[in-house]
Design a protein around this ligand. Structure first.
Ligand SMILES: [Zn+2]
Length: 272
């Protein structure tokens, strides 16, 4: 199963900002302005027209490559900025979600984590995907990243959704999530997702001990062995390590390489 680790809607502003402005997130100033910028623009995820557009894109991708099985619905990067403030999108948030700091043009505000919202969005798409291709083994891929790093409070990912946790403990076991207001560690977040997601991948960024991507040797084999054992024990079925370009000899992996492993009959397996 071929997987991607990135963001799904980076070309949507360019494609649709003139004709389909309703696809995009409503900002606090009442505009769908594309904040913060075209490549990191956020969607109005509760807009059914956007779901149909995503499905039409899936059909086009399948025309080009009928072997595809996994279709990303992961929000664009710039994870604190520009998320939709419309009533319907907000209704998908859970009030008990971890309070996190969001950014819009002109200021910051604290709101609940987006985990429940993003799972609900992925589930809507997963339902449409199954309806359109009932006999196919197709999946929606959704990152648990930025403000959706904590596990959801109530929403449960559907059977044909693959959650991809960007829990950054690759070689750094005890790191806190810097966006957490509760001091939660990345490992705790991964464990929590493992309890609710039918399919969970681990998609850490590599980094130096300070957390920056430098490409310098940072070889921590014992730590990595422990990390792999940990994710396997917490229901991981696939890996995608976002690495540092051109430094793969010291960082063990190249970017854009992913592999997912189905559960063996005896339980979760892991490979690389
Ligand atoms: Zn919205």
């Amino acid at each position: 199963m071929e997987l991607q680790g990135g963001h799904a809607f980076t070309d949507w502003w360019e494609r649709f900002h003139e004709t389909r402005r309703g696809y995009f997130a409503l900002q606090p100033d009442g505009q769908r302005s594309g904040f913060p910028n075209p490549r990191t623009v956020k969607l109005c995820q509760s807009n059914p027209a956007g779901w149909q557009q995503w499905l039409a894109d899936v059909a086009k991708k399948l025309e080009k490559d009928p072997t595809l099985q996994v279709f990303s619905a992961s929000p664009n990067d710039g994870w604190a900025s520009g998320h939709c403030t419309c009533e319907n999108c907000r209704a998908w948030d859970h009030p008990d979600g971890e309070p996190r700091q969001f950014h819009w043009k002109g200021g910051n505000e604290i709101h609940p984590a987006l985990s429940d919202r993003h799972v609900t969005f992925a589930n809507r798409l997963a339902g449409l995907l199954k309806e359109r291709y009932p006999d196919r083994d197709y999946y929606v891929m959704m990152l648990a990243y930025g403000h959706s790093r904590p596990a959801p409070i109530k929403a449960v990912p559907a059977e044909n959704v693959i959650m991809v946790s960007v829990a950054n403990f690759f070689g750094r076991s005890d790191d806190d999530d810097r966006g957490s207001t509760r001091g939660t560690t990345h490992r705790e977040q991964f464990t929590a997702w493992g309890k609710v997601a039918p399919h969970l991948m681990w998609r850490p960024n590599t980094g130096s001990p300070a957390g920056w991507q430098q490409g310098l040797p940072d070889v921590s084999m014992t730590q990595l062995a422990e990390d792999f054992r940990f994710v396997a024990d917490n229901h991981c079925v696939g890996l995608f390590v976002d690495s540092v370009w051109e430094h793969w000899a010291t960082r063990w992996s190249r970017p854009a390489r992913a592999v997912a492993i189905r559960y063996a009959s005896v339980g979760p397996a892991i490979d690389s």
